[in-house]
Ligand binder design. Structure first.
Ligand code: NAP
Length: 268
């Protein structure tokens, strides 16, 4: 089924050759958007995503860029404007983990995660905001000048031992998102976040790939189901649409209740 929610809109999804970004890019295409499929490595995977999006009768192409590199990000957005004319929706999704206890964590591990997960989102949001402001409102496309959706995590509010770089990056994403939302809302730009709980993707394969690991994980999820990438893709699609036009500076947790402090269901 093709939903017309985003018909005529131009979207860019970072880290779209895998996991949540891949499902999101496909969902936006299914909803009628033309889509830029960003990736950093793995062009074959990105091209496969492009093919799937094109099967919906919309345009798509793959764009290689490291989101933590200022020049590469600016070049990617400039190319998108020359190819598609503008951008209406940015999904700042690219992210990674480099896990270690604090005493073992190297500066390189800390820096890499902050660079990709936080600075990468800043660079992409800045480039998108510039284009939104240049182009202005096109009422027949959207009620809104532009949409930025930051891929956050339940770890924007849940501390996570052994992952101080990752949790700090997502805590930073929360405050970056809210600050940008406050700054850009008067210009008709909506900035929001989607915060997944545990979703089955390569980033956390160890947490769900064996029955024992999955059983442990399910203890943290009141809804007793590990999420799928489409759970997030569907939420992003609606968040990007005019159905959510009055949602500004919010985080939509898509987590099966992980942020409900499930340990308190029987304790406390
Ligand atoms: P994934 O399957 O590993 O996908 C991560 C994507 O980010 C990949 O496409 C990866 O590309 C890309 N990427 C990494 N570094 C990049 C860079 N420097 N420039 C551009 N792209 C880069 O993991 P995922 O679970 O879908 O994660 C997507 C987002 O969801 C992340 O922000 C993550 O923090 C967030 N999230 C995930 C979960 C979960 O349970 N899975 C929960 C909460 C939040 P390559 O494969 O080419 O490196």
């Amino acid at each position: 089924m093709t939903l017309p929610l985003l018909r005529g809109q131009k979207a860019l999804v970072t880290g779209a050759n895998s996991g949540i970004g891949k499902s999101t890019a496909i969902a936006l295409g299914r909803a009628g958007a033309d889509v830029v499929v960003n990736y950093v490595a793995g062009p074959e995977d990105a091209e496969a995503v492009v093919k799937e999006i094109e099967s919906f009768g919309v345009r798509a192409y793959a764009a290689q860029a490291d989101v933590s590199d200022e020049d590469q990000v600016d070049e990617m957005f400039a190319h998108m404007v020359s190819e598609f004319g503008t951008i209406d929706v940015l999904v700042a999704n690219a992210g990674l983990q480099r896990d270690a206890s604090v005493t073992d964590m190297t500066l390189a591990q800390w820096q890499k995660v902050i660079d990709v997960n936080l600075t990468g989102q800043f660079l992409c949001a800045r480039a998108a905001a510039k284009e939104f402001l240049r182009r202005g409102l096109v009422p027949e496309v959207s009620r809104c000048v532009g949409k930025i959706i930051c891929m956050s995590s339940v770890h924007q509010i849940i501390p996570w031992a052994g992952h101080v770089n990752y949790a700090s990056s997502k805590g930073g994403v929360l405050m970056m998102m809210q600050t940008l939302a406050q700054e850009l809302a008067p210009h008709g730009i909506r900035v929001n976040a989607v915060a997944p709980g545990a979703i089955k993707t390569p980033i956390n394969r160890d947490a769900w790939s064996s029955p024992q690991a999955e059983a442990e994980l399910l203890k943290l999820i009141p809804y007793r189901r590990v999420g799928e990438p489409d759970d997030i893709a569907n939420a992003v699609t609606v968040m990007a649409s005019d159905l959510m036009d009055y949602v500004v500076g919010s985080t939509l947790f898509v987590d099966g209740g992980m942020t409900l402090f499930p340990g308190f269901a029987t304790g406390g």
